[in-house]
Design a protein around this ligand. Structure first.
Ligand SMILES: CC(=O)CC(=O)SCCNC(=O)CCNC(=O)[C@H](O)C(C)(C)COP(=O)(O)OP(=O)(O)OC[C@H]1O[C@@H](n2cnc3c(N)ncnc32)[C@H](O)[C@@H]1OP(=O)(O)O
Length: 308
């Protein structure tokens, strides 16, 4: 556990301390990032396209804060204060005063590059950091959509963001050392995360290892080699992982895994990274995992997952 609610204020990193953050997208990753920022006493502004999506994002964060209270990680008062610090907007223009923006929208290169192009014009402070939570898209592609790619980095969080302590920091050939130091200092000293650095290669460190493993498990199911339950049981009991690869695929989202696999395959042309047909069919059928209520397991609105 990270104990982020009690994290002390930032030590001075390179330059001015970051205390105003913008998060773009309030899906499972964006909501988690906004939550950890709010819990760390940061002023957070979250962009969502519509009021409905913003309301769903706020509800998602409040549920997670409740869980933090019920598991004793934060107090009622900290929950209230964190909720109070979260503001939503559907106008990206409101991000003009942000010192750090973390983009966490759908894993589509076109959508992300368009956001970076817009952000670059809105956030005019040259010291502001523009970060992407992309799981696999090379950061350089996003940086090149801006006029100042020296302030663009990857800050890759892990799901569930309030629970998992890692941030992968991805710098490009263009990222300035001042920007990467500020981003690292923020993740480490303000959010209380641990940081590993990765070169700008699709998949970075974690997904370069994780995605071929998840795809191999899906191929095992596809070939009838073993059942979903037995594969997960084997990994939980045999390797002491907190969850098996198929439950984890459901948690991450099968559409996200497909998008990461596509991006890694495009970069390396490695057959192991190519999404197997079962994954493609499940995505086409909208069986996207936990967020859709159905993936390799079924997820009733409340209660524990069951076999599909
Ligand atoms: C694809 C990408 O690009 C990147 C990715 O995200 S890859 C995916 C990475 N994620 C993983 O690998 C997840 C692996 N799984 C796990 O870590 C665990 O199964 C899990 C955390 C998801 C659930 O664990 P669990 O034991 O079933 O649930 P639960 O006991 O409720 O929670 C575990 C801990 O988190 C805490 N927790 C849960 N939700 C919380 C919240 N919203 N706020 C604060 N703490 C919370 C609990 O209090 C508990 O803490 P203790 O261990 O100190 O008691």
């Amino acid at each position: 556990m990270t104990g982020q609610a009690d994290t002390p204020a930032a030590k001075p990193g390179a330059g001015e301390k970051i205390s105003r953050v913008g998060v773009i997208g309030a899906g499972q990753m964006g909501a988690g990032i906004a939550e950890v920022c709010a819990r760390a006493h940061v002023d957070v502004l979250v962009f969502e396209q519509t009021r409905e999506l913003a309301a769903a994002g706020r509800a998602r964060i409040l549920r997670s804060l409740d869980r933090g209270v019920s598991s004793g990680k934060i107090t009622e008062r900290e929950r209230e204060q964190a909720a109070w610090r979260l503001r939503f907007t559907s106008d990206l223009g409101d991000f003009a005063d942000r010192q750090l923006v973390v983009e966490a929208v759908v894993e589509e290169e076109k959508v992300k590059t368009e956001i970076f192009r817009e952000l670059d014009q809105i956030v005019t402070d040259p010291k502001a950091v523009l970060a992407s939570n992309t799981s696999s898209i090379p950061i350089m592609k996003l940086g090149m959509a801006t006029k100042n790619s020296s302030r663009v980095v990857g800050m890759h969080f892990f799901n569930p963001v309030p629970v998992l302590p890692l941030v992968e920091l991805v710098t490009t050939l263009m990222t300035s050392s001042d920007v990467s130091e500020r981003a690292e200092a923020f993740a480490r000293d303000v959010l209380g995360k641990q940081v590993v650095r990765s070169a700008d290669r699709s998949g970075f460190v974690v997904n370069a290892l994780l995605v071929p493993y998840l795809l191999s498990a899906i191929r095992m199911v596809e070939s009838g080699f073993a059942t979903v339950e037995d594969i997960d049981k084997a990994i939980v009991l045999g390797l002491a992982h907190p969850m098996g690869p198929l439950a984890l695929s459901d948690l991450v989202g099968l559409d996200t895994i497909k998008a990461i696999a596509d991006s890694m395959y495009e970069e390396f042309k490695e057959p192991l990274y190519s999404p197997p047909p079962l994954l493609l069919r499940m995505v086409e059928a909208s069986r996207l995992g936990k967020k859709a209520g159905h993936g390799f397991y079924q997820y009733p609105a409340s209660g524990r997952p069951s076999a599909k």
